[in-house]
Design a protein. Structure first.
Length: 229
């Protein structure tokens, strides 16, 4: 059934008349690798991820692409164009087979004003994204390549089951993806990861990149932050 009630983002929202908006939205599936929206598209719809995962990249004036991050089921993107009607500033590509609910900008604004629960949820998501962008901007201003890599790995890692002092990035990230995230070349990431492995800081297993001593990386970041400040 194609209804906003089955969109993960709207789970447990009780103050919204879904039927009022359902017929004004559309649902679409994208295969892995398909472009969902592209740079400078003039569309201003909002995309709610129902299943799957997409990747967001921005392109600099010089043509360099930088990965902003991945968006998973339960999240959404496209809200900036829906609010200010400016051309798309990013490319969004499906990382896996994905299904999305496409909401026109007028409907998006109506939903925000019609439901306090939805409005609060969206505001929290906005602030979270702004805080993350501020953190990344600070890192690029203060940290060198090595420390930016430390920070990116810690941000992506999760506690490792049975190993309370370790964390793991699963699946192990491709070097070119890490490079696009921290603003460098793939070869530089490969070199830094090799140096970290020689220090006993990381280990690559079949299904993960394991941070063996995350506390060491955190300490180095704190020291670099103090020196940079």
């Amino acid at each position: 059934m194609q209804s906003l009630a089955r969109v993960p983002f709207f789970k447990d929202v009780t103050d919204l008349d879904f039927e009022r908006f359902d017929r004004r939205c559309t649902w679409k599936r994208f295969e892995e690798g398909a472009t969902v929206v592209d740079f400078e598209d003039e569309s201003s719809d909002v995309y709610f991820i129902i299943t799957g995962e997409v990747r967001v990249l921005i392109r600099t004036v010089a043509g360099k692409e930088v990965i902003l991050g991945e968006i998973k089921a339960g999240q959404f993107f496209g809200e900036m164009a829906a609010i200010d009607a400016v051309k798309r500033s990013a490319n969004v590509t499906a990382l896996t087979r994905s299904e999305v609910c496409i909401m026109p900008p007028a409907v998006f604004r109506e939903v925000i004003f019609a439901s306090q629960a939805t409005c609060e949820r969206i505001l929290r998501l906005f602030t979270g994204r702004i805080r993350e962008l501020n953190a990344r901007l600070t890192e690029h201003s203060i940290f060198d390549l090595k420390h930016r890599l430390y920070s990116e790995l810690l941000r992506a890692a999760h506690p490792r089951p049975g190993k309370p002092n370790e964390r793991a990035v699963t699946p192990p990230p491709f070097h070119h993806v890490l490079a696009a995230r921290i603003g460098c070349r793939r070869e530089q990431v490969t070199r830094e990861l090799s140096a970290m492995a020689q220090e006993g800081l990381v280990e690559k297993t079949r299904g993960a990149l394991v941070l063996l001593k995350p506390h060491v990386l955190e300490t180095r970041l704190s020291e670099a932050m103090r020196e940079g400040g």
